[in-house]
Write a protein of this length. Structure first.
Ligand code: SF4
Length: 439
């Protein structure tokens, strides 16, 4: 039973937990396959954040059970946020799953696979620099999770219910991990958590993220550091100050979620559209070439035409570089669950598409500013085996969620995978840019 296939669903934080589980398994001599049909053991790391994520987990588990019933899989293990949140419903729905594990015992995955009893931990597992980790992202970059849990109480969000209050890793542990990743060739570190801008607060640090960044930019061969998952009310002056450092990508991911004052109040998120635009103006004054990403929710209870109009005009005014939109999903146990789900799905879908339409024009205009310009890109690898195209990203593009810079290879192009190259941008579309390497 030595071949394992792990399916990691959900966010980048879940992916890091999956990589740590793979690290422990690798240490115990397990090998990995991507095809569940060829695996002895299948592990599904679930996401239980919102309904669409739960639907995806249900579908993945149902498929794995089918494969198991064909006698292909010897052991099926389900772990993660969805299991933590709905253990009994899932056990009833999927009796063929052999082992259930929430979010507290990822370091005991080998015992789970081998059926060895273990003492479960009482709180959400948070790895550190000593944890083995099988990094699954392209070798040019890696995620580093700097904390777990969240101490905000956004009324729509189930994460604090699943993961508990905010817990930071130590600066020393994060730095040691980054040194190890860089020694293995990583050029870009993407800092992730539920709220990276809150980092260190639970340990009494008022500007923990700025202090952490000061340590990380001292790592010689580390080229880029990127901050993902900010919080509107936590963008501090010391953070904007240190972000002027060369190594820190001029990039911020700040989910504003909405803009209408009444909706923001009901969401318990703090900054309405007017104050959010002031913050964006302040950030752009301090960091003129900043690339801003945000996430928004449409269809929240109480979002009538007027409230939605406020959201649309916010998107038009803010001119984000990258934007994601989610449809409101009522989550049991959250503060706003009692508000029900009064807005019809078709209306929510229409609103999502309307926001994307507004943003598509903005993204195309923003991408046009790179035409004829030379930018630094991190070359991740070949787009695929069939084409002669390299996939890369600029400092203004986060992995997996933003567009990319595609580079047409020609005979003179040096082998430059996993390196930073200067590229002249020759074309663009709504999401991606196209360029050629400057020799
Ligand atoms: S900041 Fe709000 S939305 Fe984000 S994880 Fe915390 S509670 Fe959820």
């Amino acid at each position: 039973m030595k071949k394992v296939a792990l399916i990691s669903l959900g966010c980048a934080k879940n992916l890091v937990d999956s990589e740590v589980m793979l690290g422990f398994l690798q240490q115990s001599g397990y090998t990995f396959v991507t095809d569940t049909q060829k695996a002895d053991v299948v592990i599904v790391n679930t996401c239980g954040f919102i309904q669409p994520a739960k639907d995806e987990a249900n579908e993945t588990l149902a498929n794995a059970v089918k494969t198991k019933k064909k006698g292909k899989i010897k052991k099926l293990i389900a772990v993660g946020c969805y299991v933590e949140r709905n253990p009994y419903e899932l056990q009833k729905a999927f009796p063929d799953v052999d082992v259930w594990m929430g979010i507290t015992d990822f370091d005991k995955i080998v015992s789970a696979v081998e059926g060895i009893p273990y003492k479960s931990s009482s709180r959400c597992y948070l790895y550190d620099h000593r944890s083995p980790r099988f990094v699954s992202t392209p070798s040019a970059w890696a995620y580093v999770k700097i904390s777990e849990g969240c101490s905000h109480n956004c009324s729509f969000c189930a994460i604090p219910l699943i993961k508990g209050p905010y817990r930071s890793r130590s600066i020393a542990s994060i730095k040691t991990e980054c040194l190890s990743l860089v020694s293995r060739g990583v050029k870009e570190i993407n800092l992730i958590s539920q709220d990276s801008t809150y980092y260190g607060r639970d340990a009494g640090l008022s500007n923990g993220l700025a202090e952490l960044l000061k340590e990380l930019i001292g790592i010689e061969r580390l080229k880029w550091v990127r901050i993902l998952y900010g919080y509107p009310g936590e963008i501090s002056d010391p953070l904007l100050e240190i972000m002027q450092e060369e190594k820190i990508c001029s990039y911020l991911d700040i989910p504003f979620q909405h803009a209408d004052t009444k909706i923001i109040k009901a969401m318990k998120r703090g900054l309405d559209g007017h104050r959010a635009l002031n913050l964006i103006e302040k950030i752009r004054k301090k960091l003129p070439d900043i690339s801003l990403r945000t996430s928004l929710i449409v269809g929240f209870p109480g979002e009538g035409r007027r409230e939605f109009a406020h959201l649309k005009s916010f998107v038009a005014s803010a001119q984000f570089d990258h934007l994601g939109v989610f449809i409101y999903s009522p989550e049991e146990g959250t503060d706003c669950f009692s508000l029900g789900d009064p807005i019809h799905d078709s209306v929510k879908q229409e609103r999502l598409e309307e926001i994307f339409q507004i943003q598509a024009e903005i993204s195309l205009k923003n991408n046009s500013k790179y035409l004829g310009k030379t930018v630094d890109v991190l070359v991740e690898g070949h787009l695929n085996d069939q084409t002669n195209i390299l996939l890369s990203r600029g400092r203004f593009q986060a992995p997996e969620v933003d567009g990319v810079v595609l580079i047409n290879l020609d005979k003179s192009t040096p082998d430059c995978v996993n390196s930073i190259q200067k590229v002249e941008i020759t074309d663009r579309d709504v999401y991606d840019l196209i360029g050629k390497i400057i020799q």
